[in-house]
Design a protein around this ligand. Structure first.
Ligand code: TEU
Length: 569
């Protein structure tokens, strides 16, 4: 098959998804906490941006230990966010505006306050005992050396029944036992319940963690560490493909409709991702891989931040483009509720380059093959928060980490510096709507401080300006819808070892695209080759860029980014 024939009909291949983190998006009732009624008032904004799908981070009843990623009832709405009636109205309005809505499905674990866990912990004979992962003490201590992703041991002792339960995340997030077919059936029933309500699919939280290695073996020891996160024993575990294929069959089999499934998969390899997203296997449509958002992690983990390495970043994303070219499909993302803001992380958030660098990074991501995801505020180039003290951090991961460092008498100043760069709260500060009080997010007291730059960095200042970051995202989304080559063209990396230029081409039987960006402040002259002479500028991010190339070389100003179009040779 030639490229031109490989036209695929899956609707999500030309779609752009927008992630809402409801507690920080829009507050309608002044309690400082975003809600569904608030989202309702902002749907026109999303329509104007042009996105196709909304993904809502969890809105289910939850003790909110991990901001809703600890669910205590999968079939209702947390009163903080609203009611099921409001949800139905929101969904209807989303559909009326021609968009779709995808729910967050968090089923590697539940809250410890979910009735299933209350039942499971009540006795060793409970019919739901085996719904979670219980083990006896080993030599008077934890069953193995597994560490939690949120610091400390992954095991919590339960005095009542003299056993430990496993929690890969916080102790308030016990892991479900997916080996038990009743658990899998219960999850499938939840999914069907939401699909029957009209939702358009699911984003599945850490779904490649659901199958744990036989016997839960110790992780290879790390000197000086009592507990070790045992990735090799739960990432892409022994039965995960079987569970996902079963889920797909049981939930979506025989259903008519246009659905989207995306699995969040820390530690997934391209080879595994190809299996998860091979349409012939019937598991998932796409996955969120983590390689490119780990290139600035140091040997001691994410808070051991080592700064930007553009070549490593490019090579990582390029590797995924190539690996999933023939089979499978990529998601494309810079941001979500767990990642620091991209303009601060990989761009340049000093005033002079703030807008240009945000647009440049958006350009190189949206020019790739895959389904782009935009996280709330990214379309405005919201930045990291100026964290100073330990009290500034609300996130459970940050708090646990800081306490663990203090406890082990580590370097607290270094811990705070790492947290400032990498804390998830960077992404979670309230959405900046306008220059009014609390950025228009709430009339009350916001649950997390608004970034002080909201006075000039806000949606109202950008939506009607042709040169805004918002307008640039609008243009990229429009191109995704209008240009088939962006969806199915081949990908060829260019100048991969250049420490400052990000460039690649896209090719189909009919056309060619050159995506090129100067990811630094210094002006650069770049040889692009004779074949691009006369190519038409489709999109640029700086004023005054000529409408076509006139020679074999380009002069790129600081953070200059362009997309050129030419017919096939
Ligand atoms: O995150 C999974 C995950 O492993 C990381 O991205 C996590 O955020 C952490 O930074 C690891 O260092 C998902 C959710 O997106 C996240 O919000 C939840 O806290 C987590 O699962 C548990 O449900």
């Amino acid at each position: 098959m030639t490229q031109g024939d490989r036209r695929d009909v899956a609707w999500w291949k030309s779609a752009v998804v927008y992630q809402i983190y409801p507690r920080s998006f829009a507050d309608s009732n002044g309690d400082g906490f975003g809600d569904l009624a608030g989202i309702m008032t902002r749907l026109d904004y999303l329509s104007t941006l042009g996105i196709d799908v909304i993904w809502l981070s969890p809105i289910y009843p939850s003790p909110q230990a991990d901001n809703g990623y600890d669910i205590s009832d999968y079939r209702d709405i947390d009163p903080r966010f609203g009611t099921l009636t409001e949800f139905d109205a929101l969904l209807a309005k989303v559909h009326e505006l021609g968009m779709k809505l995808v729910m967050d499905l968090v089923v590697n674990h539940t809250s410890d306050e979910h009735p299933w866990f209350a039942e499971s912990r009540s006795s060793r004979d409970s019919p739901k005992r085996d719904w979670y992962i219980w083990r006896d003490a080993h030599h008077g201590g934890e069953p193995n050396n597994w560490g939690s992703l949120f610091s400390g041991s992954a095991w919590e002792w339960e005095r009542g029944t003299d056993q430990y339960y496993l929690h890969l995340f916080d102790r308030k997030q016990p892991d479900l036992n997916w080996r038990n077919p009743q658990v899998r059936k219960a999850v499938q029933d939840i999914m069907v319940w939401w699909l029957d309500r009209g939702v358009d699919g699911f984003r599945m939280d850490v779904i490649n963690f659901i199958s744990k290695a036989d016997g839960l073996p110790d992780a290879p020891a790390i000197p000086g560490q009592r507990f070790v996160v045992a990735f090799e024993s739960f990432v892409d575990g022994p039965h995960v493909h079987v569970y996902l294929a079963e889920m797909n069959r049981e939930v979506f089999g025989g259903r008519d409709g246009e659905y989207l499934t995306v699995g969040e998969m820390p530690g997934v390899s391209p080879e595994q991702a190809r299996l998860y997203t091979d349409p012939a296997r019937g598991e998932l449509d796409m996955v969120f891989q983590f390689e490119h958002v780990s290139v600035d992690h140091g040997p001691a983990g994410k808070f051991d931040w080592v700064g930007r390495d553009l070549v490593a970043l490019k090579k990582s994303l390029h590797r995924w483009q190539v690996a999933l070219a023939e089979t499978g499909w990529n998601s494309l993302y810079w941001n979500n509720h767990d990642q620091p803001r991209v303009v601060s992380r990989f761009g340049d958030d000093d005033a002079e380059y703030w807008a240009a660098s945000a647009k440049a990074l958006a350009t190189v991501l949206h020019g790739m093959r895959g389904t782009p995801f935009v996280y709330q505020g990214e379309e405005l180039a919201m930045t990291n928060f100026p964290f100073r003290s330990p009290q500034d951090h609300k996130d459970i991961e940050a708090v646990n980490y800081y306490n663990a460092v203090v406890e082990s008498r580590g370097d607290e100043a270094a811990a705070l510096a790492g947290l400032a760069e990498m804390s998830r709260d960077n992404a979670r500060t309230p959405m900046q709507w306008d220059p009014g009080p609390n950025a228009g997010f709430t009339t009350g007291n916001p649950w997390l401080s608004v970034n002080p730059n909201y006075t000039w960095l806000n949606a109202a200042a950008q939506i009607d300006r042709a040169d805004s970051v918002f307008a640039h995202y609008q243009a990229l989304i429009r191109l995704r819808h209008e240009l088939p080559i962006l969806v199915d063209g081949d990908f060829t990396p260019l100048m991969e070892d250049d420490p400052q230029i990000w460039a690649y081409s896209r090719n189909s039987s009919a056309a060619r695209l050159l995506v090129i960006a100067n990811c630094g402040r210094d002006v650069r002259n770049v040889e692009i080759g004779r074949e691009w002479t006369g190519a038409r500028l489709l999109l640029g991010n700086l004023p005054g860029t000529p409408a076509a190339t006139s020679s074999q070389s380009l002069e790129l100003a600081g953070w200059d980014a362009r997309i050129y179009y030419a017919v096939a040779p």
